[in-house]
Design a binder for this molecule. Structure first.
Ligand code: NDP
Length: 316
C-alpha cells in the first residue's frame, strides 16, 4: 500500500527546509525525506558568514538544525529516508524510499543538492575514510598535529585549507593551474597563512599509503614533468560538486552536467507538478541564500499548481 501526501520534498538542505517552511505555512502538510546527508552540505561547513541576518556569522550545522525546527514547527513531517527511485510517468507522482516504501504525491519538490567530486584515482578509493576525505570540517579534527594536502583552487579549497591550517602542522594546497579561481579575499587568507604551501601546476598522480592509511601523495608538475612525493597523513578533495540527479535520469530534463532544467524564472521542471530547487538546478550561484530563496519559489509554485488543479477538478 502506498502512502499518500500532497507535497513531498526530497532533500534537507536550505532549499528543502525553506520549501517545507513555506508549504507547511500554506497548510499543505508537506512530507520531507532528508536523504543520506541530513542537513545537506552546510553540515560540512563551519561558519557561514554570508547568510543575511547573522552579523556575527552562524555555524552551518546549527543553521540546519534551526531550519529543521522551523519547518517542524509549522507541521512538516520529517522522515530520515533516502529516495531511491521515482516514477513521474503518471499522476499522482510515485516516489520509492529506501527501496521498499512507496509514497504518492500530488506535487514533488526536488532539493537533492550536489555532492563532492573525487579525482577518480583507484588509490583515492583505496584510502577512503583512511586518510582521504572530501570534507575538512567533518574530518579535519582527526588530523590535528599532522600534515595534510588539499586539492582544488576554488573557494572551497581556500576555505578548507585555511580551516585545516589551524589544526594541522602544515597544509599542502595542490593547484593544477598557475592561479586559483577562489575569490580574492579567500586567496589572500591562504597566502597570508604561513603553514599553507601552494604547489602550483601540480596534478595528483597517486595517494600513497600502507595498512595504517595515507602517508603521502605523489604529484606531477604539468609544466616541467617533475614528480615529487609530499609526506601527508590526510588528503582532502575540494574540487567541486556533482548534482544529485541520478535517480531522475530519463524522467526529467537535465543539462550535460546533470543539473535539472527548470523554466527560467520558476522552479517548474518539464514534468507538471515536479519542481526543482536549490543546487540541484543551479550550477551558477550555489549559495545557501539562493538555495533557500529557490526553495521558497518551489513551495509557492507547488501551491499554485495544486490550487489550479483543485479548481480544475471542481469544475470538471
Ligand atoms: P569550484 O567549481 O568553484 O572550483 C573547483 C576547483 O577545483 C577549481 O579551482 C578547479 O580547478 C579544481 N578542480 C576541478 N577538478 C579538478 C581536478 N580533477 N584536479 C585538480 N583540480 C580540480 O568549486 P568550489 O567547491 O570551490 O566552489 C563552488 C561554489 O561554492 C563557488 O561558487 C564558490 O564561490 C562557492 N563557495 C563559497 C564559499 C564561501 O563563500 N564561504 C565556500 C565554498 C564555496 P580549475 O580552477 O583549474 O578549473
Amino acid at each position: 500500500m502506498s502512502e499518500k501526501t500532497k507535497v513531498l520534498i526530497i532533500g534537507s538542505g536550505p532549499a528543502g527546509y525553506t520549501a517545507a517552511i513555506y508549504a507547511a505555512r500554506a497548510g499543505l502538510k508537506p512530507v520531507l525525506f532528508t536523504g543520506g546527508q541530513p542537513g545537506g552540505q552546510l553540515t560540512t561547513t563551519n561558519d557561514v558568514e554570508n547568510f543575511p541576518g547573522y552579523p556575527e556569522g552562524i555555524n552551518g550545522p546549527q543553521m540546519m538544525i534551526d531550519l529543521q525546527k522551523q519547518a517542524e514547527r509549522f507541521g512538516t513531517v520529517i522522515n530520515y529516508g533516502l529516495v531511491t527511485g521515482v516514477d513521474f510517468s503518471g499522476y499522482p507522482h510515485k516516489v520509492t524510499v529506501d527501496e521498499n516504501r512507496t509514497v504518492e504525491a500530488e506535487a514533488v519538490i526536488i532539493a537533492t543538492g550536489a555532492s563532492a567530486k573525487y579525482l577518480g584515482l583507484p588509490s583515492e578509493e583505496k584510502y577512503a575514510n583512511r586518510g582521504v576525505s572530501a570534507c575538512a570540517v567533518c574530518d579535519g579534527y582527526f588530523y590535528r598535529g599532522k600534515e595534510v594536502a588539499v586539492v582544488g583552487a576554488g573557494d572551497s579549497a581556500a576555505e578548507e585549507s585555511t580551516y585545516l591550517s589551524k589544526l594541522c602542522t602544515k597544509v599542502h594546497l595542490i593547484v593544477r593551474r598557475e592561479e586559483m579561481r577562489a575569490s580574492k579575499i579567500m586567496q589572500q587568507r591562504v597566502l597570508n597563512t604561513p603553514n599553507i604551501e601552494i604547489h602550483w601546476n601540480s596534478e595528483t598522480e597517486e595517494v600513497l599509503g600502507d595498512d595504517q592509511g595515507v602517508n603521502g601523495v605523489r604529484v606531477r608538475n604539468n609544466k616541467t614533468g617533475e614528480k615529487k612525493v609530499i609526506p601527508i597523513q590526510g588528503f582532502f578533495l575540494a574540487i567541486g560538486h556533482k548534482p544529485n540527479t541520478d535517480i531522475f535520469k530519463g524522467q526529467l530534463d537535465m543539462d550535460e552536467a546533470g543539473y535539472l532544467k527548470v523554466t527560467p524564472g520558476s522552479t517548474h521542471t518539464n514534468v507538471e507538478g515536479v519542481f526543482a530547487v536549490g543546487d540541484v538546478a543551479d550550477k551558477v550561484y550555489r549559495q545557501a541564500v539562493t538555495a533557500a530563496g529557490s526553495g521558497c519559489m518551489g513551495a509557492l509554485d507547488a501551491e499554485k499548481f495544486l490550487a489550479a488543479r483543485e479548481m480544475e477538478m471542481a469544475h470538471s
